[in-house]
Structure formats: structure tokens, C-alpha cells
Design a protein around this ligand. Structure first.
Ligand code: CA
Length: 72
């Protein structure tokens, strides 16, 4: 029982860490053009890895809509 509770708490903490790790488009958009470039995405490892998949129109930029599809 104690083991189960401990595991559950760890899962919650891990979930919070993932959520906190996901920055807003505004915080990543350093040149404030309203899109995320690959260079801007590189500030976040998970986003950088997901970038190609998220860039559905293959223009090398993530729009607000493309960024919103990112689940981390
Ligand atoms: Ca794009």
C-alpha cells in the first residue's frame, strides 16, 4: 500500500514537472514575430525534438496553431 502511494505521488510530481517544462509560445518567440523558428525551439529540448513533426506545412516555422498541437 505504501509503495503504491509513493509511486502515485511520484507520478503526480513527474506530471507537474512535464507541465511546468512546457513554455508558452510567447516565451520562446524571442524575436516576437508570432512564430517559433527551429533556433527558438532549440531552447527547449522536447520541442526541438518534436519540431519537424509539428511543422506540418514544412516552412521551418511553428505557427500558433502548429505550436498548439505540441503535447510535450
Ligand atoms: Ca510551419
Amino acid at each position: 500500500m505504501l509503495r503504491y502511494v509513493t509511486f502515485s505521488m511520484l507520478a503526480v510530481i513527474a506530471g507537474m514537472a512535464v507541465a511546468a517544462d512546457r513554455p508558452s509560445l510567447e516565451s520562446l518567440d524571442t524575436n516576437k514575430d508570432g512564430q517559433i523558428s527551429l533556433n527558438e525551439a532549440s531552447a527547449n529540448d522536447a520541442l526541438f525534438v518534436a519540431f519537424k513533426q509539428l511543422d506540418t506545412n514544412r516552412d521551418g516555422m511553428l505557427t500558433k496553431a502548429e505550436f498548439a498541437a505540441w503535447k510535450g
